[in-house]
Write a protein that binds this ligand. Structure first.
Ligand code: SF4
Length: 472
């Protein structure tokens, strides 16, 4: 297990965030504002592409939104429609050309697309296009949709975008900008979220409803699995690009456990409330005599509150997160000291000293950060440290857009509970059960739990690596 010298949190990395608007003056300003609410979904790159119906403008680059858009508001991007993207690479490494939206020129003008998810048949289709002479500009799976849309097989026929989307397998929420409108689509299993809101006379698409709130839009509904929603001068209309699946949906349960912001409604359910339910369930399944419950902030906050409410053990904040230490601030020499210093979380010694503490987190992935924090709590005087986790052990890879470490790095992949407890050096360790996790949802059958159960709702590739599509 490669557990040393980690510079980042051990949590799986964010996937991507999408924001699109139509019929709004200063579309770029709205997209820029909304993307800020989605920055937690990706920090490697950001981009906005807009159109005024004639001219298409685009700005994108590597880094945070605030690093890419140094001129604010982004006045160089005129137009009343556009799409934006914040990126974490789940397929394709962090290269400038992989930053989205991807803009491409078809016979009928400039188009752009932005993707959240992971296409499981991209490699096969890419190879077929390359053998026919096509040239790809990125190493992302997303680009394959550009080739399908431009392909005469689809371009010259009715329902061109629907036909192109129907060729894709795996997980996707797509925003597509045509010369005249914005389209939003979700794969047939509904792996990744995508919502629609109204802003004045216009429309807004967003990965999470927190971005609709941020721009002052109302949340109207979600794009349905297998649906393509088109918004243009003629208004809004819906079409389907595939037959409905015969079984349950595959909405990613990890969006609720960890990724999404707690103020979002994801897959029809408030994330904050789900996490409180998970904390309550955790307390019922795995009670422990303790003086204090404390979250690993920020994503453990609600589960710790739920644990405290259900157990009547008081909650306090023994960890303080440093919100100002970011990716760019962690210098190599700091990384070398990272084994002994937690750059992101500090301990409030007075809170934990001489206490039996329950630490609630939303997941343990590699285990090394967890172990370091438990040791730090003991050094700060905690008498006992009991670890409680608000989801089951992550034992399997994700093929649908979440970048977990490989199985060899997942601490739960080949270790039992006692071995994990021993590794992280906790006095006790317990995870919420799979049944307990599912009990927090109104429609539990419509969620993917593949990384916990190994049972995936859709066919998976035999193996997937994020740099699969790169030649060098
Ligand atoms: S395998 Fe896990 S992370 Fe991936 S889509 Fe399914 S629930 Fe989400």
């Amino acid at each position: 297990m490669g557990m040393n010298n980690e510079i980042h949190d051990e949590k799986p990395r964010e996937n991507c965030g999408l924001l699109g608007v139509f019929g709004v003056p200063n579309a770029a300003q709205v997209i820029y504002t909304g993307l800020f609410a989605l920055q937690h979904r990706g920090q490697e790159g950001a981009g906005i592409t807009t159109s005024d119906g004639a001219k298409v403008s685009s700005t994108k680059g590597e880094g945070l939104l605030s690093e890419v858009f140094t001129v604010r508001p982004p006045t160089a991007l005129p137009g009343h429609l556009g799409i934006g993207h914040v990126r974490y690479s789940t397929t394709g490494s962090s290269r400038p050309q992989n930053v989205q939206p991807i803009v491409f020129e078809c016979l009928d003008g400039l188009w752009a697309l932005a993707h959240n998810g992971n296409l499981t048949n991209a490699r096969r289709m890419r190879q077929a296009y390359q053998e026919a002479g096509a040239i790809f500009q990125t190493s992302t799976d997303s680009e394959i949709l550009m080739h399908l849309i431009a392909d005469p097989m689809y371009r010259t026929r009715n329902r061109r975008v629907e036909r192109a989307l129907s060729e894709l397998e795996g997980a996707f929420s797509f925003l597509i900008m045509t010369p005249h409108g914005v389209l939003g689509a979700r794969d047939r299993y509904g792996f990744r979220p995508l919502s629609i809101g109204r802003l004045g006379q216009g429309y807004v698409f967003a990965s999470e409803t927190c971005a609709l709130d941020q721009v002052g839009a109302t949340h109207e509904r979600d794009v349905l699995p297998g649906e393509l929603v088109t918004v243009d001068e003629k208004g809004i209309r819906s079409s389907t690009f595939c037959e409905p699946i015969s079984g349950p949906l595959g909405q990613c349960i990890f969006e609720h456990v960890y990724f999404a912001r707690p103020d979002s409604i994801v897959f029809g359910q408030n994330v904050h409330e789900t996490r409180i339910k998970l904390g309550r369930r955790l307390a019922l399944e795995h009670p422990v005599a303790a003086d204090l419950v404390m979250p690993v902030p920020d994503s453990g906050n609600e589960a710790a509150l739920g644990f405290s409410l259900a157990s009547s053990v008081p909650m306090d904040y023994g960890f303080i997160r440093n919100h100002y230490i970011g990716r760019t601030f962690i210098m190599p020499e700091m990384a070398q000291r990272h084994d002994s210093i937690d750059l992101k979380l500090a301990i409030v010694p007075g809170v934990v000293r001489d206490k039996r503490v329950v630490v609630v987190d939303d997941s343990i992935v590699r285990g090394s950060t967890c172990r370091r924090r438990i040791n730090a709590l003991r050094k700060a005087g905690a008498k006992e440290v009991h670890m409680r986790v608000s989801c089951p052990p992550v034992r399997h890879p994700c093929f649908f857009g979440i970048d977990f470490p490989s199985s060899s790095e997942l601490i739960a992949a080949e270790r039992n509970l006692e071995e994990i407890r021993n590794y992280i050096q906790a006095d006790s360790l317990a995870y919420v059960s799979l049944a307990g996790l599912l009990s927090a949802f109104e429609q539990p059958g419509d969620f993917c739990t593949g990384c916990y159960s190994g049972k995936y709702p859709a066919p998976v590739m035999e193996e997937h690596h994020k740099k699969d599509l790169e030649k060098t």
